[in-house]
Design a protein around this ligand. Structure first.
Ligand code: ADP
Ligand code: ZN
Ligand code: ZN
Length: 746
């Protein structure tokens, strides 16, 4: 007999589960259902069944529909989401529903529709790809993939490019290919794409030792911190570990990457080295149907390798045997709204529960991770920690590739030409003459050009945020990078009437223009949010760089990560000084990581690299550490500082954030919460309500209360009580508020 009561998680901002009547229908735990809620229908997930309810049976409603043709979400995933919801003080139902692909939150059943596959005609098989113009990149790729396989499904085409389906249809029209309808279902899989058969390098002793150690313990939980300088061959270590784990034919591996920009390169590398293992990616650049399809392939166990951004940590993976987190220090692993989870921390919990290894890789580990991996004995406390196992790769993998030479140029001592030092300009010219490539790096935050009045020093502000508007010369617009507000560039200063308004600061666009003037023969490409908003834009630019069609790349941190350009020998860092003196205690940690990463782009192959940093503070400790690429010394000195002032990782913190149209309400709420928190415990340091640096955002006035404790359980206990009590309060309904556990930004 099916149980009469279904316990259902719904996407509503209430921290509870709802009871419904099954009406005699059978529903498995983890199954999606449709239920009436208020005056509407809602999608929910069955998280339990029961014989009785604490509510009167006649008050309960019937479930409308059970999507029993779909695989239910497995118990492990449900319990991981539940754990995270509790830990991050977020309603379980909302956490669960938002972990699903959007299609599964819609009211229609998500059974896969009919789909088409494409195969080449005899003509198409004989077609020489070289005869297709280089510009038609997607066409070339689709043809190559088709030539390498029997047929490709639409889903497989989607993995090549978002326009691959269109290209395939055109190939049919042109007579190169034919299409056929295939049985749709979760089992249709991308055939390995054609890639030059990749050879297997012999591991160097450090890599070999890392692989051996992890493999020896691969059947149990262990957290490994793989600290390796850029180019030391961390990815090669990941590949060997995957090869090992995937020998078990059911096994699945989850690889987390910080940004979708990184997935194409890594994907291509994994596909060529692990061609027999179906791979899917999960990130926000997929269409909703691709996302659903990939997710279902992961859930069914058909996909053996899943590469994804932070949200993919909640993907159901029935045979997960290894988790790899690349660039583990990256702050994009932390979700900054809704449930403010950190994917790395959730990954550790997941690995522990599954009793599998988790590998955190980075050239510049987060201080939290470094702290966890090194036994630190300091003068102040005898605190020791070695929860993680440290593995170090101190050599670049390709023996000829040397570490780049780093020069800091004192910008106070030379004449700048549009923000560029003579040394940097000369170095760029030298690279052009040698037909080598250069990269100019701009730190995104704070270096965007703002509109300045030369008479009264007015700077165009955003009306809705405590921020300045950024000049976008291309569109002749001012735009707020926090809320998206846009307006025309004014003709005169609204404050004093002066007509001499000009952009100041070096945005990527201005730098691109300056370079074009100074180096008219150079082929320049810009990589930033604007230039890569179109889906395949970044891939196209990167392909051009690889094909030596670009001499100088100008861009933000998007460029700093992962890319491997053998002919790139110069990295210029234009302006980073405001990050050196930021009030954010994590600023120097971040800047160091960023600069290590960009510096790592120079001289990857057999050519020596040079890094030129323009700064007013060439003697700063950070640059000294950078010159010797000495992460360890710098990280240890930062840790000592953190310990002295009792900042994370030496204490555990949480923020209670609140915002409203009217700051008085925020204040009233936070004062109330502050008093309540203090009354609940004296083991947690509760700070007075304050306003964050960004006082106003998107028209909302903001404030927060910081809580800090030396014990994690003590802090968690307070948060649970505090949130529970606040939820019922009238004042809590007048503001938007949320708890941020282990906040990264204040
Ligand atoms: P990381 O991920 O640490 O930046 P990669 O794994 O990308 O480093 O390696 C950098 C380069 O060195 C790549 O081109 C890679 O193919 C090559 N490489 C890695 N390991 C070896 C090795 N043992 N022998 C030769 N080349 C290697
Ligand atoms: Zn003015
Ligand atoms: Zn704004």
């Amino acid at each position: 007999m099916p149980k009469p009561i279904l316990k259902i998680a719904l996407d509503v901002p209430l921290d509870r589960i709802f009871d419904y009547l099954s009406g005699g229908k059978v529903a498995k735990i983890g199954q999606r259902v449709l239920v009436p809620f208020g005056r509407r229908s809602q999608i929910g997930v069955v998280v339990g069944t029961a014989d009785t309810s604490e509510f009167a049976i006649e008050k309960l409603k019937l479930v409308t529909q059970i999507f029993s043709e779909e695989l239910p979400i497995d118990a492990e995933t449900l319990s991981l989401v539940k754990f995270s919801a509790d830990y991050y003080q977020y309603p379980y139902g909302q956490a669960l529903l938002s972990a699903l692909p959007a299609r599964l939150r819609q009211i229609t059943p998500a059974v896969s529709r009919k789909q088409y596959a494409y195969q080449l005609t005899d003509l198409g098989r004989q077609l020489e790809i070289e005869t297709i113009p280089k510009k038609q990149l997607v066409t070339r790729r689709v043809l190559a993939a088709l030539q390498a396989s029997e047929s490709l499904t639409e889903a497989a085409l989607d993995e090549i490019s978002s326009s691959a389906r269109k290209v395939a249809k055109q190939l049919v029209v042109d007579g190169w290919a034919s299409s056929l309808q295939v049985q749709a279902g979760v089992k249709t899989l991308a055939v390995a794409l054609a890639t030059a058969s990749a050879k297997e390098p012999e591991l160097n002793p450090e890599q070999a030792s890392a692989v051996t150690q992890i493999v020896q313990d691969a059947a149990a939980f262990k957290a490994w911190l793989l600290h390796g300088i850029t180019g030391s061959g961390k990815t090669e270590v990941y590949i060997r570990l995957m090869q090992h784990v995937l020998q078990n034919k059911d096994a699945q591996v989850l690889v987390l990457v910080p940004e979708i920009n990184l997935t194409p390169q890594l994907e291509a590398r994994f596909r060529s080295r692990l061609p027999n293992f179906p791979l899917v990616s999960l990130h926000s650049n997929l269409s909703e149907s691709e996302r659903l399809h990939h997710w279902q392939l992961a859930q069914s166990g058909a996909a053996k390798i899943v590469i994804g951004t932070r949200l993919s940590i909640f993907t159901p993976l029935p045979n997960l045997k290894l988790i790899i987190i690349d660039e583990e220090h990256d702050s994009s692993y932390k979700q900054q709204d809704s449930m403010r989870y950190h994917a790395r921390d959730v990954a550790l919990v997941r690995a522990k529960r599954l009793n599998i290894p988790v590998v955190l890789g980075s050239a510049t580990p987060a201080l939290e991770s470094w702290y966890n991996a090194t036994a630190i004995k300091s003068q102040i406390s005898q605190a020791q920690s070695n929860k993680y196992n440290l593995l170090s790769l101190n050599q670049r993998a390709v023996s000829a590739a040397q570490l780049p030479h780093i020069d800091c140029i004192d910008t106070t001592k030379v004449n700048l030409q549009q923000g560029l030092t003579p040394q940097l300009i000369a170095a760029l010219k030298l690279r052009l003459a040698r037909k080598e490539q250069s990269l100019l790096f701009i730190n995104r935050r704070g270096y965007s050009p703002v509109l300045l009045c030369s008479a009264c020093h007015w700077i165009a502000p955003c009306m809705r945020c405590s921020s300045k508007l950024v000049v976008h010369l291309g569109q002749r617009k001012l735009r707020c990078h926090h809320c998206g507000h846009e307006q025309k560039i004014p003709n005169q200063c609204p404050s004093c009437g002066n007509a001499d308004l000009h952009p100041t600061g070096h945005g990527t666009q201005r730098l691109e223009q300056t370079l074009a003037q100074l180096l008219p023969t150079a082929r320049i490409a810009r990589v930033d949010r604007d230039s890569t908003s179109r889906k395949d834009a970044l891939v196209e630019i990167l392909d051009k760089v690889h094909n030596q069609e670009i001499d100088i790349l100008v861009g933000t941190q998007m460029l700093a990560k992962g890319h491997d350009f053998p002919n790139l020998t110069l990295v210029g860092v234009v302006d980073t000084d405001s990050a050196l003196h930021s009030p954010d205690f994590r600023a120097s940690e971040r800047l160091f990581a960023q600069l290590m990463q960009v510096a790592g782009r120079a001289g990857r192959a057999d050519k020596a690299g040079q890094v030129i940093i323009q700064t007013q503070f060439p003697e700063h400790e950070l640059f000294n550490a950078l010159r010797t690429q000495d992460y360890v010394t710098y990280a240890n000195s930062l840790l000592l500082e953190r310990e002295q002032v009792q900042f994370p990782p030496y204490v555990f913190t949480a923020l209670l954030r609140a915002e409203a149209n009217d700051y008085a309400l925020v204040q009233q709420f936070l004062q109330h919460a502050f008093a309540l928190a203090r009354s609940l415990t004296d083991q947690v340091l509760v700070y007075d309500p304050v306003r964050p640096q960004m006082e106003r955002l998107k028209g909302m006035e903001r404030g927060h209360v910081l809580m800090q404790a030396t014990s994690r359980p003590v802090l968690q206990h307070l948060l649970k009580n505090l949130v529970g009590q606040l939820r019922g309060k009238t004042i809590a309904a007048k503001v938007r508020w949320a708890v941020d556990v282990n906040p990264l930004d204040f």
